[in-house]
Design a protein around this ligand. Structure first.
Ligand code: NAD
Ligand code: IPM
Ligand code: MN
Length: 359
C-alpha cells in the first residue's frame, strides 16, 4: 500500500487547476519513487450536488486516513441559495476544524521573472519572501454565539463572536516562532489590540511565547497599519502571524505583490505536521471553463506538501525549480501575462511544468 493522498478538486476552476497539479504530482511520484496512491473525494458544491452536504462522512473518513490532502477550491454562485449551514465554504471550514489544521502557512514569494506582473513597482518587490502564518481553526470564523436573529423591535441583527483561548494563541505562536527561526528570524504579530480584547490577550500570549525564542525579533502591528505597510514597503516583513480573519485578508493582498492570486500556495497543518494543501485563491467562477486559470498556486501547494508532510525537500525543490523554468521560458497564463511573453492556457502551463520536471 502506497502513501494515500486525498485529492479534492472542488468547484468551478477547482477541477481545472487540480488536473494540472495531479499531472505534476504523478511525474514527481515517478521521479522520486514516492509510492503515492491518489484517491479522489468530494467537498463543497460538488459534494452538495452528490450528497446534499458540503462535507460528506465519506470524505472526512478518507481525509483522516490520508497522509495528506490536496484541495482545489470550493464554492460559487451555483450554491448561493443553499441554506447557510450547508454552503460549500462550510465544508471547507468543517474539514479544517475536524482535522485541527490550525496552522495555515501562506508564503508570498516573488519569482523574479514576474516582477512586471506585480501590482507594485519592481524595486519594492524584488526579492520579496514573506511568510504569513494564519490561525485557521479559531477566531471569528468559529466563535459562538453566531447567527442572525430578530430583535424585539422586529429588526434583524447579524452577530459573530471574535474569541481566542490562550492555548489557541500559544500553539500558533509556537509554530510561527519556530518557522521564523528557520528564516530571517523576524516575526511580526498582527492584531487590533487597540480595540479588541480578544487581540489584547493574543498580544500578551505572543509576548509570553517570545521568551522561549530569544533569537527571534518580535514586533507587533495593528492590522490596518499592516495592510498599509504590505503595499507600501512589503520587504520589511519576514514572518507575519495573525488570526483567522486578518490572515485571510492580508494574504489575498500579499498575493498581488507576487503578480497574481494565482501564484499563492498554502499549507494547513495540524500539530503533527499532517496537512491539507491548497491555493489561497477561490473557485474563480468568472473564468471557469475558459482555460484561463493559473494552476501554479496549486502546483506550488504540491511542493509544500512534499516539503512539510512527505518530508522530501529534494522533490519540493524540484517542483519549484520546474515552475521557475517555465517562467524562464516566458510562459504566462493571462493573470501574469505581460508584453513580450507567451500566453498559455491552464493545461499548457501544467504540461510545461510536468515536462520541465521530467528533464
Ligand atoms: P476568487 O479567489 O475565486 O477570485 C477572485 C479573482 O481572482 C477573480 O477575478 C478570479 O478570476 C481571480 N483568480 C482566482 N484564482 C485565479 C487563478 N488561479 N488564476 C487566475 N485568476 C484567478 O475569489 P471570489 O471571487 O471572492 O470567490 C469565488 C468563490 O470561491 C466563492 O464562493 C468563495 O467563497 C470561494 N473561495 C474558496 C476558497 C477555497 O476553496 N479555498 C478560497 C477563496 C474563495
Ligand atoms: C480562504 C478562503 C476561505 C476562508 C473561505 C472560502 C471559507 O477565503 O481559504 O482564504 O475564508 O478561509
Ligand atoms: Mn481567502
Amino acid at each position: 500500500m502506497g502513501k494515500k493522498i486525498l485529492v479534492l478538486p472542488g468547484d468551478y476552476i477547482g477541477p481545472e487547476i487540480m488536473a494540472e497539479a495531479v499531472k505534476v504530482l504523478e511525474v514527481v511520484d515517478d521521479r522520486f519513487r514516492l509510492g503515492l496512491e491518489l484517491e479522489y473525494g468530494l467537498l463543497g458544491g460538488a459534494a452538495i450536488d452528490a450528497h446534499g452536504v458540503p462535507l460528506p462522512e465519506e470524505t472526512l473518513a478518507s481525509a483522516r486516513e490520508a497522509e495528506a490532502i490536496l484541495l482545489g477550491a470550493v464554492g460559487g454562485p451555483k450554491w448561493d441559495h443553499v441554506e447557510r449551514h450547508l454552503r460549500p465554504e462550510r465544508g471547507l471550514l468543517a474539514i479544517r476544524s475536524e482535522l485541527q489544521l490550525f496552522g495555515n502557512l501562506r508564503p508570498a514569494i516573488l519569482y523574479p521573472q514576474l516582477a512586471e506582473a506585480s501590482s507594485l513597482k519592481p524595486e519594492l518587490v524584488a526579492g520579496l519572501d514573506i511568510l504569513i502564518v494564519r490561525e485557521l481553526t479559531g477566531g471569528i470564523y468559529f466563535g459562538e454565539p453566531r447567527g442572525i436573529r430578530t430583535l424585539e423591535n422586529g429588526e434583524r441583527e447579524g452577530y459573530n463572536t471574535y474569541r481566542y483561548s490562550e492555548s489557541e494563541v500559544r500553539r500558533i505562536a509556537h509554530l510561527a516562532f519556530s518557522l521564523a527561526q528557520k528564516r530571517d528570524r523576524r516575526l511580526c504579530s498582527v492584531d487590533k489590540a487597540n480595540v479588541l480584547e480578544a487581540t489584547v490577550l493574543w498580544r500578551e500570549v505572543v509576548e509570553e511565547v517570545a521568551a522561549e525564542y530569544p533569537d527571534v525579533e518580535l514586533s507587533h502591528m495593528y492590522v490596518d497599519n499592516a495592510a498599509m505597510q504590505l503595499v507600501r514597503a512589503p520587504k520589511q516583513f519576514d514572518v507575519i502571524v495573525t488570526g483567522n480573519m486578518f490572515g485571510d485578508i492580508l494574504s489575498d493582498a500579499a498575493a498581488m505583490l507576487t503578480g497574481s492570486i494565482g501564484m499563492l500556495p498554502s499549507a494547513s497543518l495540524d500539530q503533527a505536521g499532517r496537512g491539507m494543501y491548497e491555493p489561497c485563491h477561490g473557485s474563480a467562477p468568472d473564468i471557469a471553463g475558459e482555460g484561463k486559470a493559473n494552476p501554479l498556486a496549486t502546483i506550488l501547494s504540491v511542493a509544500m506538501m512534499l516539503r512539510y508532510t512527505l518530508g522530501n525537500a529534494d522533490a519540493a525543490v524540484a517542483v519549484e525549480a520546474a515552475v521557475s523554468a517555465v517562467l524562464d521560458q516566458g510562459l504566462r497564463t493571462p493573470d501574469i501575462y505581460s508584453d513580450g511573453q507567451q500566453r498559455v492556457s491552464t493545461t499548457e502551463m501544467g504540461a510545461a511544468v510536468a515536462a520541465a520536471l521530467q528533464e
